[in-house]
Design a protein around this ligand. Sequence first.
Ligand SMILES: Cc1cc2nc3c(=O)[nH]c(=O)nc-3n(C[C@H](O)[C@H](O)[C@H](O)COP(=O)(O)OP(=O)(O)OC[C@H]3O[C@@H](n4cnc5c(N)ncnc54)[C@H](O)[C@@H]3O)c2cc1C
Ligand code: SF4
Length: 333
Amino acid sequence: MSKRVIVIGGGVAGMQTAATLAGLGIHPVIIEKGDRLGGKLLNWHKLFPTFTPAGEVLDTLRRQLKDVEIMTNTEVKRIEQSGVVLNDGRLLVSDAVVVCSGFDIFRAEIKEEYGYGIYDNVYTTVDIERMLNEGKVHTADGHIPERIAFLHCVGSRDEKVGQKHCSRVCCITGVKQAMELKELFPQSEIYNFYMDIRMFGPGYEEMYRQAQEEFNIHFIRGRISEASETIDKRVQIKAEDTLIGRPLKMTVDMLILIVGMKAGASNDRFAENRGIELYPSHFIRPRNQFVDNICSSAGNIFYAGTVTAPKNVGESLNEGVAAALRVSKYLED
Ligand SMILES: Cc1cc2nc3c(=O)[nH]c(=O)nc-3n(C[C@H](O)[C@H](O)[C@H](O)COP(=O)(O)OP(=O)(O)OC[C@H]3O[C@@H](n4cnc5c(N)ncnc54)[C@H](O)[C@@H]3O)c2cc1C
Ligand code: SF4
């Protein structure tokens, strides 16, 4: 009988892990707490750096899942040596477990000074992905925005909210969305307020240049200290341009907060298993960050995707393949 491997989470990392395991003759079971597979990509519009529709990537992965058992609307509460404990208290036994439970989005309401959830025209990058998918990008009262500001590092690199890490993918998300909005509204002025620009992936630096040179998007080094609403429901922002050392006030039609990636809510419970360790950020720490960086200290528990750190889709998919191959070797041994 083929060995059974539980894959926790049906985002891109989990789907890729399960598809690779099935191809190796192993019986994977994806356990997903949501009602369908896809994870965060279900909410994304087009993916940087190629502007490939997120749905296209998910369709390709779905086609590879025909030999995979899938349990949706089921949450894994704990990981034991013999398997996983589900939300209904059942223990599901398996030969190995791959944790692909991903990340959570930082809740922008926590940064009260920016007025998310209070002022009508303050949005997050997650809202913009949804609005792009629905084909309805406009201000709260239905107008075309003439001036838009993006704010980088909301809920990342911020000790005050306990998120010291850099979320890595959000600078490029801000660049991508600025380009998409400029295409929709060529007459608009778009500003990105940043602390540092981090363009770590292939093609990212080129996109950043293209955004400036061809799309005329303005990048201002400085942090917005506060936002307030004007009488006509626009958003007034106060910032400092730290390159020229001058304070700055600007009124915009939309303020878009580039929200960071925080550790998944399940990680603390998973770490009750002695073989699973956490970083101070609460992302899961692999046994070794170089060799076998998809392995835990417990022999039969493995990781793939953003459960261990912020990553892009390509990196998450690669880890899915790596984890499946490592599981296969473990089962052979
Ligand atoms: C605003 C934004 C835009 C982005 N745009 C891009 C882009 O254009 N290009 C790009 O390369 N990357 C992009 N990314 C990064 C991308 O979203 C991630 O690389 C990708 O989602 C990682 O996939 P994952 O499978 O690791 O995690 P997730 O997508 O988070 O999937 C994890 C899954 O596990 C499930 N789960 C969690 N806990 C449990 C549990 N206890 N039991 C059962 N199921 C559980 C969740 O419901 C979810 O379905 C973006 C990120 C953000 C924040
Ligand atoms: S990737 Fe950019 S926006 Fe995101 S946390 Fe790092 S520096 Fe800030």
